[in-house]
Design a protein around this ligand. Structure first.
Ligand SMILES: Cc1ncc(COP(=O)(O)O)c(C=O)c1O
Length: 365
């Protein structure tokens, strides 16, 4: 099947679909209670939506990047937005150069569209920073370079210097660069890749930083002619966008500061708990990202993580994501985006399961 589920989504939706009480797998910030934040959503108006996103919403999003509405396309979450970008840029036989480890849809969609996929390393030993020499060596002949910032699964950040270097490598190779920035605003000082040239694209979403996956609002910032091709791809896939959802999104953007502050304070508390947990688990080797809800620890002794993850779900009613869906079978992805009491208990259970795994007593969490 050409459009088979990407590994991570197969795991989430088919293999680990049963509800668990302690969910340390979902990587969104907690969903805000908008009424408690004093944000009033507009009344439901069932009118037709625009193709490519309502002009007002595209203008409001563009203003955040210093570009006009014609350089923004809105679609159904980052997932559909990424799909449309791939569909607009890749012909069968083109080559996409994708980071490794990666969020699997970024590999699966180009392949499903008939493109070849090459990989460039983001080595654990280098704090998941891309190997720029390997990237420069692999880039010639590639149509599109694909990366994430923050990096999923590690949470590692790419700063402006690194982004500028990647943009320059792509420019020299005549390639486009797509940066999936679903997690970027967890670290607001990081610039969007779209700033680094007309061949650079930034994708973002309301799902992660504001915990609003329910709205299915994602967008891409790209040069205007490319936006036109992306809108044409949208016409093949879903034509218009949901107007009620976009009206809510526009209202939320007017309260961006309030939502950012809320997300920041929820995450600060939870990150502290996750970092304390990791400090008490000397057997787990884990890069400590500066921001964001995700961590990517490796089990001691290079043990495969999949059986551990299955035992954690079955015996401890708690789930984390097995690293094999990112191509790293001895790691698992731990997220601290959920409600704080749920996270506290989930981490306690994870610690118990790890103790059992090692068959030796470790200090109580
Ligand atoms: C890097 C990345 N991009 C996109 C998505 C999906 O975002 P959305 O809910 O906006 O489709 C995820 C969700 O896990 C993700 O990690």
């Amino acid at each position: 099947m050409r459009f088979a589920a990407p590994d991570i989504l197969r795991w989430f939706c088919f293999e680990q679909a049963a509800a668990v009480s302690y969910d340390l797998a979902k990587s969104d910030a907690p969903t805000p209670n908008l009424a408690e934040l004093g944000i009033e959503t507009p009344p439901l108006r069932l009118r037709p939506g625009a193709v490519g996103g309502a002009g007002e919403l595209r203008a409001a999003l563009g203003a955040r990047y210093g570009v006009g509405a014609e350089e923004v396309v809105v679609s159904l979450g980052a997932s559909m937005t990424n799909f449309l970008v791939f569909a607009a840029l890749l012909e069968p036989g083109d080559v996409a150069l994708v980071e490794e480890p990666a969020y699997d849809p970024l590999v699966a969609v180009p392949r499903a569209l008939g493109a070849g996929v090459r990989r460039f390393p983001r080595p654990r030993a280098a704090g998941y920073q891309p190997d720029l020499e390997a990237l420069a060596a692999a880039a010639p002949g590639c149509k599109l370079i694909v990366l994430t910032n923050l990096h999923n699964p590690s949470g590692a950040a790419l700063g402006g210097d690194r982004l500028a270097a990647i943009a320059e490598i792509a420019r020299r190779a005549g390639a486009w660069v797509l940066c999936d920035e679903a997690y970027r605003r967890f670290q607001p000082a990081l610039p969007p890749l779209a700033r680094f040239g007309p061949h650079c694209l930034s994708v973002d979403t309301l799902t992660k930083v504001w915990g609003l996956s329910s709205l299915r609002v994602g967008w891409v910032v790209a040069a205007a002619p490319l936006c036109r091709s992306i809108v044409e791809a949208a016409m093949v896939c879903h034509v218009s966008n949901p107007a009620p959802t976009e009206e809510v999104a526009l209202t939320l953007l007017a309260h961006a500061d309030r939502l950012d502050a809320w997300s920041r304070s929820a995450l600060e508390r939870n990150r502290r708990l996750a970092l304390e947990f990791l400090a008490r688990q000397p057997g787990l080797s884990c890069y400590r990202p500066e921001a964001g809800p995700i961590f990517f620890p490796y089990l001691p002794g290079n043990a495969p993580a999949r059986p551990f993850v299955q035992r954690l779900a079955a015996a401890y009613d708690t789930r984390v994501v097995p690293g094999d869906v990112f191509g790293e079978p001895t790691a698992f992805r731990l997220s601290c985006g959920g409600e704080t009491p749920m996270l506290e208990e989930g981490l306690r259970r994870l610690a118990q399961c790890l103790r059992e795994e090692r068959g030796a007593a470790l200090p109580q969490p």
